[in-house]
Design a protein around this ligand. Sequence first.
Ligand code: ADP
Ligand code: MG
Length: 327
Amino acid sequence: MKHKNKLLILYIVSVCFLLCGCDKQQEETFFSMDTVMNIKIYGKENIMPEINELITKFDRLFDRNKNDSDISRLNHGIKSEVNSHTADMISTALSVSRLSGGAFDITIAPVMDSWGFYDKQFRVPSKSEIIEAKKAVDYKKVSVNGNIVYTGNALIDAGGIAKGYLSDIIASEIRNKKIKSAVMSLGGNIYCVGKRPDGQNWKIGIKDPQNPDSSIGYVNVYDTAVVTSGTYERSFTENGIFYHHIINPHTGFPADSGLSSVTVICKSGARADALSTAFFVLGRDESMKIKEEDVEIIFITDNNEIYATENVTLHTDKKVNILLNDK
Ligand code: ADP
Ligand code: MG
């Protein structure tokens, strides 16, 4: 009898171990695409080495600074055959450009360069320099045909979409491995796979743009991207004036639409990334005119007002102004 009991206990312990012990939390931090990437996976198999490879591969494809990257080859000619993912990323960028009337423009590179955001030697360019740089910005010059991308001499900067695109790639790798629960932050681009291991939604903090180390509250989400574009990510001050890295392609100056951050919640990390940049440039009212149904937005204005589309449940002790979907 005693022996039987012992076996039973052993059996229960083993079952518990199988049930609870299998999905262990794995966490790793990578530095790539000029930013910190943190990935947490709850699963049996350690797939961090594969993810590391993916990150390295995509950094090599999308980095304009690397001589043999797809973007660098495109920037040194008028057309090039590229990896199918590069073609797909550029197609997605172009669709957001069309939707936003060019508020998002992947050919923004010459203007970024004139402000020193490329070599990190920040400076305020002269008006004539901006006018000259702006002339070269035109997403309409770019087209994609299969894996061939035509640039018509435009210079591509994928900084406004690359991390979001990579988050989709990593998420699909995680799903392919049948892992049900994971969350990643690629330099502030959040992507959640499934729900938390305890079956609850993920709580994703929304940074306070005035104080990015703290948050204004959180959203409760699952299986989605949550991407924020904020002035605080990259900026400099000269003669008391604040300049940041989200450029209005129509003016060549840092976007000045009364916002200090825009968060986009939708299923595609790439779209969320490009849209957050586009909405930041457009401002609240213009963004609401083009917002698609599957996209939710949180706007934080320069004077700290919070606006959220009606399907967002933002947990915060601050006042939230609701934006209705009917345009
Ligand atoms: P972050 O890269 O800090 O997460 P964003 O997603 O808003 O922020 O992207 C800003 C980056 O996108 C810039 O650093 C630059 O590379 C690029 N960029 C800036 N303005 C635009 C724009 N209007 N359209 C497309 N890309 C842009
Ligand atoms: Mg973006």
